[in-house]
Every structure is written in C-alpha cells, then in structure tokens.
Design a protein around this ligand. Sequence first.
Ligand SMILES: C[S@@+](CC[C@H](N)C(=O)[O-])C[C@H]1O[C@@H](n2cnc3c(N)ncnc32)[C@H](O)[C@@H]1O
Length: 302
Amino acid sequence: MSSFSFGEFAEKYFKDHKDDLQKHYPGIAPRRLKQELEHFCLEFQINIEDLFESRYVPTLNSPIQRFFDLLAKGTPLEYIREKAYFYRSEFTVNPDVLIPRSETEILVELGVQELKDWQKKTDENLRLCDIGTGSGAIVLSLLQEVDRPIDAIATDISRKALKVAKRNFFNLRYKIQKKSSVHFIETDRLKDITEKFHVIVSNPPYIMKNNDRELVHDQVDLFEPHVALYLNDETYFSWFNSLFKSVYEALLEDGVFIMEGHEDHLQKLGDLARENGLSHVEIIQDYTERDRFLIARKKWIK
Ligand SMILES: C[S@@+](CC[C@H](N)C(=O)[O-])C[C@H]1O[C@@H](n2cnc3c(N)ncnc32)[C@H](O)[C@@H]1O
C-alpha cells in the first residue's frame, strides 16, 4: 500500500516524466497540469482539494489513472478534457474533429466583417456556408457575432465530425439568435447543395500528405483526424479547382469566399481561384506573417 498523498504522487510524476511532458506539451508547467487535472476531476465529481490531501493508491481503470495514461501517450490536452476554447466559446472536441486553432480566429474576424457589410446592403436573412465544419467552431462563432438572423449550412465529409458539430450547436444555442438556423450536411465540399450564399467560409484540409508532412508536429499527425489535415499531393490542386468551381456557382453576386490555406500553396491557389471566375483575390497573413488566408469575390464587373 502506498503512503503517498496524491499531491506527492503528482509532484513525483511530473518530476519523473519531465522530459516526455516537455516533448509532448512544450513549455508546460506543473501548475497548468494541475489545472487540467482539476478540470478532469470536475467531470467525475472528484473534489480536487480532498484528492490532493488524501493518500493515493494508483488503481487500474480509475479516472485519475486514465488521466495519467492519456498524458503518458502525449494525447493533446484538449482531447483529454474534451473541450477547446475558440473565439468567444468553449467547444466540445474529440479525436473525430480537428482542435480549432487560434489563427483560424482571424478567419472568423474576416467573416464577421463581411457579414456586417452585407447587413448594410440587404434586408433579408444572411446566408452563410461553412465547408468542412469539423467541430463547428467557425460557423457557430460567426452566428454569435451578427444581429441579423443567419441561415447557415455547414458541410463535412465526416459523419462523426458532424455529430460533434451538432452537439456544439446544441450547447451554444442560447448564444445564437433564435431566428438563425444551421443545417449540418454530410457531403463532399458543396456537392448537391443548391442554395446560394452571401458568404462562404472554409478551413479545408490543406497539408500535402507527402510534400508538407515534415513540418507537421508528431502529436498532430498521431492524434488529429487525417481527413481534417491531409490531401493527396497528386490531386491537391484539382481538389481545390473543383472547390473553387462549386464556390463560384454557390455565391450570390457580390458574395465572398474566405478560406484558410497552406503558406506554400496559397499564391498558386489564388491563381486557380481567378481561373474559376473569382476576382479581387487577396492573400492575408496570420500573426506569424505567413500567408494563411485567401479572400475572393464573385463580381459581374471585374
Ligand atoms: C482543417 S479541418 C477544419 C475544421 C474546422 N472548420 C476548424 O476550422 O476547426 C477540415 C475539415 O474538413 C473536413 N473535410 C475533409 N475533406 C472534406 C470534403 N471533401 N468535403 C467536406 N469536408 C471535408 C474534415 O472532416 C474536417 O472536419
């Protein structure tokens, strides 16, 4: 039987696994891990203060042991906690969806601006589409930011991802106008979608499976869904060509498309967007000054 208190056990664990923890969670301090543990305990209604004081006997299959097992594997903290913060909300996440990234918040800001501009130009409900919605982070954030009701469609090729997005819609429903709606549709990009939109947003998979793989962090490759990350090198540009073609068809006159993309490929994707009839193409950088977003418009007069 152990005569360790849990506090002592945790301290020893952090000391013994310091190198692995730093490898998987760069810059992490014991304080942050204690916070994560607190969140984890909250789920299981374990009182953390009592826990730290009490004698600790590691037992197989206990929730606490599960926390340390997931940590030892390098599981992203968001997947352990099943929560990620994005823009102004907390989203449920699991390994079926990408963990929403802070740089994608710039895409939301760009989308808010475009929706607000449309609000001045029309009295009708705004129409928004999110291609590859994942956890729903982008569309559900946008829906919270505009006064006018929005009719939104969010597509994803992954049924499991859509299940998570629907759950997030349910959890955030009180932050979204009653008159707004989101239809979650399982499809490839915009296939069989006949509606037209004022604004289309997308953070599609944009890493070339072979060419760009080297720069992908091991933890990302190991834990996040590959369907959310990678496209085949050989079909990369034809995949985007079809996307731009269908986006052009689905935009209303003066409509705008905002997409996140890979720093090494966005300039070429800008040319492809132009070839598909889109105009006023701009490439926008993220906080690290890397090309990250593409904005393109549908205008009769170019
Ligand atoms: C980079 S993740 C973005 C998720 C979420 N929008 C975000 O920004 O956090 C790409 C998403 O696109 C979906 N996806 C991949 N291929 C797709 C396709 N052909 N059609 C629709 N969605 C697709 C993936 O399942 C994944 O949810």
